[in-house]
Ligand binder design. Structure first.
Ligand SMILES: Nc1nc2c(ncn2[C@@H]2O[C@H](COP(=O)(O)OP(=O)(O)OP(=O)(O)O)[C@@H](O)[C@H]2O)c(=O)[nH]1
Ligand SMILES: [Mg+2]
Length: 441
């Protein structure tokens, strides 16, 4: 089965907890703090596996998690880092953030990697919280939560040459005759239901990848036949081979078919709109197939007609292999003369690392209800989630931070009264005026 679009959820591992421990030495009953940091949570990473040609594996499993980081220990021992989860995808996989619509990356090189969700940092042990006024902090940080993201994987196969044409004209037969691929071939339309890739070797050193897709019929853009859905897989090719059937038994007019297919290419809209090729603008060569059973006069007249229109035309037979060498060498030479140029991106490629840094100053406070306020902001939410709220010292440190960052002042301006509820993420705090020391007790 061929799957070229999936949506998954990726959840990176949380960082491990920092330790809040103290040295125990002989004759030193209460040594200094020695709590080690928690380990980093495992990230979820997508990596290209050049042997894959489909996203099928993602069909059966929708949520992927990195491992949690280990907790820190006493004696300054750090927790173990969580294992990264490496997911494999074929070359040509475009990665989108479902919620923002941003293109996060376009994986085109073998073994290329992209972090889909970064693991959380480990919580710091209590050694980090020593200050001149506070020599023995009895608290440590909890680990940073791992990133959670909804991701769409969108495969657009990478091939050098695309084979197009009306159904049953011999597209798959051509690919089978010149490459090692063994696509299904049969004497009825829509034998090919999903794209096939074949590697064509030209002499000992040169080769190119050819893609065979299902046939196109009139009004494919409106969903007739198999519609336009597979055309995206030839968007990244550099040239197309348009196959026409010249056998007398089809009862079809080859030039007519040629026009129909080209009209459908013009109607094709890349979705989502990308910087990739406009199919109608790709160079085309024409393969007049089945010449083993065609009338010579007809071959000559169609060849002349299309040559006059400026096309390179190759009379061939995928069955007897007549004319294939000339076609293959032409394609190879064309590709050598027209190297693939990564199109200028009209998208911002954002990797997780490029995402805006979480800023403690970047928060907002709003009234949710009469006695209920919400404070949001990635930085402040993260600090709250990493604070061990059961620990009084840790809590008072958090309270000082609310004070220092101006959050308390803002809440007061919004009309917060003692005893009101302040929500950060899903954690509720009780508001007290900054002059009150209720939280510091
Ligand atoms: N005589 C003759 N028959 C051919 C030649 N090439 C293909 N055929 C026959 O044409 C029929 C269709 O071939 P396919 O290769 O399946 O055609 P296709 O264009 O891939 O068809 P779809 O995938 O259905 O669009 C098969 O019966 C082939 O054996 C040829 O050069 N000569
Ligand atoms: Mg076919």
């Amino acid at each position: 089965m061929f799957v070229d679009r999936v949506e998954i959820e990726v959840i990176a591992g949380n960082g491990g907890r920092g330790a809040a421990t103290f040295r125990h030495e002989k004759y030193v009953p209460w040594g200094g703090p020695n709590g080690g940091d928690g380990g980093r949570g495992g990230s979820v990473i997508l990596q290209v596996d050049p042997h894959l040609t489909t996203l099928l594996d993602f069909r059966y499993h929708r949520t992927y998690r990195g491992t949690r980081g280990g907790d820190g220990h006493s004696k300054d021992m750090f927790g173990r880092n969580g294992a990264d989860l490496i997911l494999k995808a074929p070359c040509g996989t475009l990665v989108y953030d479902v919620d923002t619509g941003n293109l996060l990356g376009d994986l085109t090189d073998p073994d290329e990697r992209l972090v889909l969700a970064a693991g959380g940092r480990g919580g710091r042990g209590n050694t980090h919280f020593v200050s001149s006024t506070h020599q023995a902090p009895k608290f440590a940080e909890k680990g940073e939560p791992g990133e959670i993201r909804r991701i769409r994987l969108d495969l657009k196969l990478l091939a050098d040459v695309g084979v197009i044409g009306y159904p049953n004209v011999g597209k798959s037969s051509l690919v089978a005759a010149i490459s090692a691929a063994r696509p299904k071939i049969a004497d009825y339309p829509f034998t090919t239901l999903t794209p096939n890739l074949g590697l064509v070797s030209v002499g000992p050193l040169r080769s190119f990848v050819i893609a065979d897709i299902p046939g196109l019929v009139e009004n494919a853009s409106e969903g007739c036949g198999l519609g336009h859905q597979f055309l995206r897989h030839i968007e990244r090719t550099r040239l197309l081979v348009h196959v026409l059937d010249l056998s007398p038994t089809t009862g079809r007019e080859s030039i007519q078919d040629f026009k129909i297919v080209n009209r459908e290419l013009e109607r094709y809209q890349s979705e989502p709109a990308t910087h990739l090729n406009n199919l109608a603008g790709l160079p085309q060569v024409v393969a007049l197939n089945k010449i083993d059973v065609a009338e010579d006069d007809r071959v000559r007249s169609i060849q002349k007609r299309l040559s006059d229109d400026g096309f390179q035309v190759f009379p061939i037979s995928a069955t007897t292999h007549q004319g294939l060498i000339a076609l293959v060498y032409y394609l190879m030479d064309y590709l050598d003369d027209h190297p693939y140029i990564q199109p200028a991106a009209d998208h911002v490629y954002l990797t997780v690392k490029d995402l805006p840094k979480r800023n403690l100053k970047d928060w907002s406070a709003a009234i949710e209800d009469r006695h209920r306020f919400r404070v949001s902001g990635q930085g402040i939410e993260k600090v709250v989630m990493m604070t061990d709220l059961d620990n009084r010292e840790a809590l008072s440190r958090l309270h000082r931070l609310f004070e220092k960052s101006g959050i308390n002042r803002k809440l007061k301006d919004l009309g917060a009264l003692d005893g009101d509820t302040v929500v950060i993420r899903d954690i509720e705090f009780e508001y007290y005026d900054e002059n009150s020391d209720a939280l510091e007790q």
